[in-house]
Design a protein around this ligand. Structure first.
Ligand SMILES: Nc1ncnc2c1ncn2[C@@H]1O[C@H](COP(=O)(O)OP(=O)(O)OP(=O)(O)O)[C@@H](O)[C@H]1O
Ligand SMILES: [Mg+2]
Length: 362
């Protein structure tokens, strides 16, 4: 009884994908995706071109028929629910506004389809336009608006009928960087304000990191790792994930035992996650986590290249046994730039180092 009561009062818009698969001519575009997205979450699919992001979104929306697996919205299997009845808003990269309709008419369209009455339509359209701050443009045609404004209209149209779930496929891909950053903030605050579940697709890692509650890194139709931006950045499960999110040094290493690896002549104390003793591995470390100094340290290296960028300096340091490492030093007071040829001490702090099998890279 209490469970049933709870179910009716829970926020709408949870999405579950169970073993979701799509094959095209025998090739798996999407290969068994399992994920639970709670209502109100900003969830992003991030991955390289062709990894199956759009196909996943299209199956969620109901425009593409899965070859296997299920889509559940609020716990209900929607296999037999057509797109128009799934109560999902959508925004694509190329606006897809009706050019011959005014902004007002564009927004009214989904409401007319749902047979709302005129006064209600007018009220909802003006509310949605207010959300994206385009009240003044109700009577304009899309062609009279800038790209960023058109995309805000598309967002308003996607939420005007009050769907609990909003799908967005590279919505900002066609906009310049400054506009993209502005719209990222606007979309995020709109999502919070309306309590929407957003499933967002991008191949821009900064966008994914800055907007999302959780991100799924996709590779060849599969989810390689799901987590918060911090989890993915700090504890990637593979070289692919680490490389996809930010810069990264990949240093050849030999597994000594379950707590030690050898890099050149140096043995580092780090967990090796059950990798077999004596096998080849790699040590991953972010450029900003490497510490370089004038003092003797675990490793000794020689500066190969130094670039001063104001708030940071970027170095390439040749370290025998470890190779050429990229290091980023951030400046909080004054900082002397170490010139090429300078000998420096190099530290790989234990908490910033991850060990993985070498074959991961391929
Ligand atoms: N209608 C289709 N017929 C055949 N193959 C398809 C079809 N749609 C997608 N594919 C294939 O499925 C794979 C995944 O495509 P999808 O469009 O989902 O990738 P994506 O991650 O969205 O890529 P992008 O970042 O370039 O948009 C690709 O190899 C693509 O060629
Ligand atoms: Mg795509």
């Amino acid at each position: 009884m209490s469970v049933a009561t709870k179910a009716t009062t829970t926020r709408r818009g949870s999405v579950s994908l169970r073993g979701l698969t799509k094959e095209y001519a025998g090739a798996r575009a999407v290969d068994g995706i399992d994920v639970d997205i709670p209502a109100g979450e900003f969830f992003t699919l991030l991955g390289p071109s062709g990894c199956g992001k759009t196909t996943t979104l299209m199956m969620l929306a109901g425009f593409v028929q899965p070859s296997g697996g299920d889509v559940l919205i609020d716990g209900r299997d929607v296999a037999n629910v057509p797109p128009t009845h799934r109560d999902i808003g959508m925004v694509f990269q190329n606006y897809a506004l009706f050019p011959h309709l005014t902004v007002f008419q564009n927004l009214a369209f989904p409401l007319e389809m749902r047979r709302l009455r005129r006064p209600e339509i007018a009220r909802r359209v003006s509310e949605a336009l207010k959300l994206v701050r385009l009240e003044q443009w109700a009577d304009s045609y899309p062609g009279q608006l800038s790209g960023g404004q058109q995309q805000r209209v598309a967002v308003a149209r996607a939420v005007v009928f009050n769907p609990p779930v909003l799908l967005m496929d590279e919505p900002l891909g066609a906009l310049d960087r400054k506009l993209r950053l502005q719209l990222q903030l606007q979309i995020r605050s709109l999502q919070r304000e309306l309590g929407l579940t957003v499933v967002y697709v991008t191949h821009d890692q900064d966008e994914a990191m800055s907007m999302s509650d959780r991100v799924a890194i996709m590779r060849q139709g599969k989810i390689e790792q799901v987590g918060t931006p911090t989890e993915l950045y700090e504890t990637p499960v593979s070289v692919f994930v680490a490389d996809f999110l930010g810069d990264n040094n990949t240093i050849p290493a030999r597994i000594v035992d379950d707590r030690h690896v050898r890099v050149g002549d140096v043995v580092l104390s780090v967990p090796t996650h059950g990798l077999a003793e004596g096998t080849d591995g790699v040590v991953l470390v972010r450029p900003e986590r490497i510490q370089i100094s004038d003092r003797p340290a675990t490793f000794s290296g020689v500066v190969h290249e130094a670039v001063y960028l104001g708030s940071t300096s970027q170095y390439e340091v040749d370290v025998p046994g470890a190779g050429r490492l990229r290091c980023s030093v951030s400046h909080s007071g004054s900082h002397t730039v170490w010139e090429p040829g300078r000998r420096v001490g190099v530290e790989l702090p234990a908490g910033s180092v991850r060990v993985m099998p070498r074959s991961e890279k391929e």
